[in-house]
Design a protein around this ligand. Structure first.
Ligand SMILES: [Fe+2]
Length: 227
């Protein structure tokens, strides 16, 4: 099996008081871990066992007969990014490449916060809130239930779980209080900055290998701060 068992990047109590230990224990063990175990049981002994997690998500998304497997795999991926979108003593605006592009796309961090918070409030039911990289810019979007932007060609940079199991013990049904705590006390932009830097470096390498792409790429990367 090419898919590693889920792991938390910090201890269960490290996000207190913003997210309680009980919430993280239940969330990790009763939700992500269960999805992982069910996914494993469904792929064991099949040709799908050789795939990476992202390959598995993309291979199963369009096949209705494999939709349960798609949902479990997507939830493993979504939660991995969610854990890595937070950290102890987090919160506040990003620096680095994400910070530059956030200002370019939204004009200010305050405007990003307003749009991100509004997207969370307007999303009906369970799902996910994302900051993704799409066609050379940042976009905020939501997906329903286990949906993941990976299958739309977007590159997820930041994930926030909008299922009530993510916040009900701490905030009951007050999703906006949970989003506020995420932005002000928890968000960690390191993973987003690393992913975006890899995307930019990959684009530069691709252009170097294919000189005819230089003109095309110079248009797309003009706003990236890439020399
Ligand atoms: Fe969740």
């Amino acid at each position: 099996m090419n898919i590693e068992s889920p792991a938390m990047p910090y201890n269960f109590a490290d996000l207190e008081p913003s997210i309680s230990r009980d919430t993280l224990v239940f969330h990790f063990l009763r939700h992500q871990r269960v999805c992982y175990d069910r996914m494993l049981a469904m792929v064991r002994g099949t040709e799908l066992e050789r795939l990476t997690l992202i390959e598995l998500i993309r291979a199963t998304e369009r096949n209705p007969a494999q939709h349960a497997l798609y949902r479990y795999a997507a939830e493993v991926y979504n939660h991995d990014l969610y854990w890595n979108s937070m950290g102890p003593r987090g919160g506040g605006p990003p620096s680095g490449l994400v910070g530059e592009h956030l200002h370019e796309r939204f004009g200010s961090y305050d405007r990003f916060v307003r749009d991100f918070t509004a997207a969370a409030s307007e999303h009906f039911g369970s799902g996910w809130l994302w900051l993704v990289w799409r066609s050379g810019t940042l976009e905020i979007l939501t997906t329903s239930n286990a949906g993941t932007p990976l299958v739309r060609g977007d590159v997820p940079l930041l994930a926030l779980d909008l299922w009530e199991h993510a916040y009900y013990l701490d905030h009951q049904n007050r999703r906006s209080a949970y989003v506020k705590a995420f932005l002000e006390e928890l968000v960690n932009w390191d993973t987003a900055n690393r992913t975006l830097a890899e995307l930019v470096a990959g684009e530069e390498a691709r252009v170097s290998a294919h000189p005819r792409l230089v003109a095309e790429s110079s248009i797309r990367t003009a706003g990236l701060g890439v020399p």
